[in-house]
Design a protein around this ligand. Structure first.
Ligand SMILES: *Cc1c(COP(=O)(O)O)cnc(C)c1O
Length: 380
């Protein structure tokens, strides 16, 4: 069945005991057992919970993977993937990644003897060149945060698999509606469900999908052992969000295309990063690997940080906030916000300049959004 249908039905059959159409919020920590050692598949909600299970099946289906696992946050899901490694192992990560992933690698996993090298996201050969004998995992985002660079997942999976290295892709920015990394050769897909999957800026959550049973078993063991699981209410809200994912993504993209085109012709804008612009360097790759270009746009303003401050304070609809992927439009200044944990030199090296502004384009009316940007830009 097609994506839109699976989003509404997979994992979400009517509740067997009652016929409830919507998967109930199973707000319970434990389950009555029929006899010692005999139960109905549920023993304790850290291990398994029916609402969470429904979400795990639904997300796996959207990614066209076999197994899904839900976590308490995107970072918790990321931690689970890194925890597959042992002391002495090496990770290669693209150098344009979520600031919190960088912080996790540098401030947490280094303590446990796991080292990371950062490959130049603009040059796929740099991933291959960074391979060491202890390299066990390649980690990338695509489109990346915040510069919306596109990484060739198929090529990267070939580079990884030739050396028996796992490839994990953080698919948060594209959502499974626009990109399915497992079908392109990735071993593991990670999501911050906080973003497009939940889609309404009302929960924090994460997920992993894989089709490899051994990886699933290891990650499932970790999920229960480390315990960073989401509660049933949050799972329920992500399930609700998933039902309209296809509709929302189409609107996010339609609005983003319209605004990116407008911004790229504005005299106060130095540069627009949006993979859906035909003039964008990686447009062809994005078109080949994705089914759409998503709702995230980054721009560089003329006039440096003072212009950024003025622009942001002139916006009325685009709200100044971290996060992305909700129905409402948000604006963020990566250098001071999402990527504030990067040291200055690292940030410059990665091209996250002080005049960079990131827009999460919501599903409001596109003319209203354009007028909001136009107003704020006219004050510069
Ligand atoms: C937000 C985000 C994360 C972290 O997810 P949380 O739900 O905030 O823990 C990871 N990767 C990307 C690309 C993100 O945008």
């Amino acid at each position: 069945m097609k994506f839109e249908t699976r989003a509404i039905h997979d994992g979400q059959q009517p509740d067997a005991p009652t016929g409830a159409i919507v998967v109930p919020v199973y707000q319970t920590s434990t389950y009555q057992q029929e006899a010692v050692g005999r139960h109905r598949g549920y023993e304790y909600s850290r291990t398994d919970n029916p609402t969470r299970k429904a979400l795990e099946v639904a997300i796996a289906s959207l990614e066209e993977g076999k197994y899904g696992l839900a976590f308490a946050s995107g970072v918790a899901a990321t931690t689970a993937v890194f925890s597959l490694l042992q002391k002495g192992d090496h990770i290669i990560a693209g150098d344009d990644i979520y600031g919190g992933t960088y912080r996790l690698l540098e401030k947490v996993f280094t303590k446990w003897g796991i080292k990371t090298s950062y490959a130049d996201i603009d040059n796929i050969d740099s991933f291959e060149n960074a391979i060491q004998k202890d390299t066990k995992l390649i980690w990338t985002e695509t489109p990346t945060n915040p510069l919306l660079k596109i990484v060739d997942i198929k090529k990267l999976s070939e580079i990884a698999h030739e050396k028996n290295i796992l490839l994990a892709v953080d698919n948060t920015f594209a959502s499974p509606y626009f990109q399915k990394p497992l079908l392109l050769g990735a071993d593991i897909v990670v999501h911050s469900t906080t973003k497009y999957l939940a889609g309404h800026s009302d929960i924090i959550g994460g997920a992993i999908v894989t089709s490899d049973v051994k990886l699933y078993e290891d990650l499932k063991f970790y999920q229960n052992a480390a315990g960073a699981v989401p509660g049933p209410w949050d799972c329920w809200l992500v399930l609700r969000g998933i039902k309209t994912l296809a509709l929302r993504m189409k609107e996010h993209e339609k609005n983003a295309l319209y605004l990116a085109d407008y911004l790229s012709r504005h005299s106060m804008i130095e540069r627009v990063y949006y993979p859906g612009l035909k003039t964008y360097e990686q447009y062809e790759l994005a078109k080949r690997q994705m089914d759409g270009f998503g709702g995230m746009i980054s721009i560089e303003l003329k006039g440096g940080f003072p212009a950024v401050e003025k622009f942001i304070s002139g916006l009325k609809l685009f709200l100044l906030a971290e996060s992305l992927g909700g129905v409402e439009s948000l604006v963020c200044h990566p250098a001071r916000m999402t990527h504030g944990s990067l040291p200055y030199d690292e940030r410059m090296k990665r091209g996250i300049k002080d005049n960079l502004v990131r827009l999460s384009v919501g599903i409001e009316n596109k003319i209203d959004l354009k007028n909001d940007l136009k107003n704020a830009l006219s004050s510069l």
